[in-house]
Design a protein around this ligand. Structure first.
Ligand code: ADP
Ligand code: MG
Ligand code: ZN
Length: 332
């Protein structure tokens, strides 16, 4: 039997702000554990969040670059779950009124050429802290320096059809985010992380199959490898007559396999509700317009210009415009 793979990506991008999203603590990486903290990001009782005004501006910039509608009064919501890296026992995120919706991104692959990937939404949220399990025996250490660092989550429509396309999509999101300057885009520091939702369906079947979600893929290569592995694993399961279960999986970088972490939680388990501590995040149409006028040249336009101005071929122009750093160096 022939199957088609159906893929949707959720990408987290760390924003290049100096302070956290709801307090004035520094976002600087590599400080001694728990030094970039205060009552707000430690989740102490009575501490109140105040939105960093840069965050909705950076979110709107990305939304504009990804052809989204920008909401002028988006709303923060509490996503409740209990885990040691989350001191409040809820994450401040957005739910039914995210800042950006209904966008799209065109990507290009060798095997398929151009395809348009829908962007369902982009929302603002705070990062969680970091748990350190290594060399700790049965104990774990908690570092809350990262708690409250601003993130954008970009959710794609299930329009991606191969690991190659998934990688091309992630590379392009990275190129756009660094070009418009909303993120440093340092993959080694986890500035771009991807959750890959993968399902299979028999060719010609309309309905989607059951999906798995492989979390926290922090390199382009891991995204491609994990999706290819997951497609093959699901194919074998289905051909063996087994049922795919909806679950959250992790990628083992050494053994190059995905493995089950937990069964999938549903939105209602998070008991989302509007965060009563935060007003609506207002953006004026004038500001959105100014942000739009001031967007720099995006990678597609730059690629076209490189071809025309420097006589480069399509491939070379693509490589040279895949990151802001490289294209700048090349032009200098
Ligand atoms: P959740 O909030 O539970 O993660 P969503 O409905 O928001 O679920 O979907 C998350 C991601 O999963 C989106 O990128 C979406 O495109 C993708 N997705 C949804 N259904 C499927 C499916 N059957 N196969 C592959 N991807 C899917
Ligand atoms: Mg998800
Ligand atoms: Zn703080």
């Amino acid at each position: 039997m022939q199957f088609e793979s159906v893929i949707g990506l959720e990408i987290h991008i760390q924003l290049a702000t100096e302070s956290k999203i709801f307090c004035s603590c520094s976002t600087e990486f590599g400080k001694p554990p728990n030094t970039n903290t205060c009552p707000v990001c430690l989740g102490l009782p009575g501490a109140l969040p105040v939105l960093n005004r840069r965050v909705p501006e950076l979110a709107a910039k990305l939304g504009l670059a990804l052809n989204c509608d920008i909401r002028t009064d988006s709303q923060f919501a509490r996503k409740n779950y209990f885990y040691p890296d989350l001191p409040k026992a809820y994450q401040i995120s957005q739910f039914d009124r995210p800042i950006c919706e209904n966008g799209w991104l065109d990507i290009n692959t060798n095997s398929k050429g151009e395809s348009r990937i829908g962007i369902t939404r982009i929302h603002m949220e705070e990062d969680a802290g970091k748990l350190i399990h290594e060399d700790m025996g049965t104990e774990s250490m908690v570092d809350l320096n990262r708690a409250g660092v601003p993130l954008l989550e970009i959710v794609s429509e299930p329009d991606i059809r191969s690991a190659e396309e998934a990688k091309a999509y992630m590379v392009k999101i990275h190129a756009i985010a660094t070009t418009i300057g909303i993120s440093v885009g340092d993959m080694e520091k986890g500035h771009l992380r991807c959750d890959a939702n993968v399902s299979l369906r028999p060719m010609e079947q309309k309905e989607f199959g059951i999906r798995t979600e492989t979390k926290n893929l922090n390199s382009f290569r891991f995204v491609q490898q994990a999706i290819d592995y997951e497609i093959e694993r699901q194919r074998e399961e289905i051909l063996d007559g087994a049922k795919i279960v909806q679950e959250t999986r992790l990628w083992d970088t050494n053994r190059k396999v995905t493995f089950s972490m937990r069964s999938k939680e549903e939105a209602d388990e998070y008991r989302y509700f509007p965060d009563p501590d935060l007003p609506l995040a207002k953006l004026s149409p004038e500001l959105i317009d100014t942000l739009k006028q001031n967007l720099p040249e995006l990678p597609d336009a730059k690629k076209k210009r490189f071809i025309e101005k420097y006589g480069l071929n399509d491939y070379d122009a693509g490589v040279l415009t895949a990151s802001q750093e490289i294209s700048k160096y090349f032009e200098t």
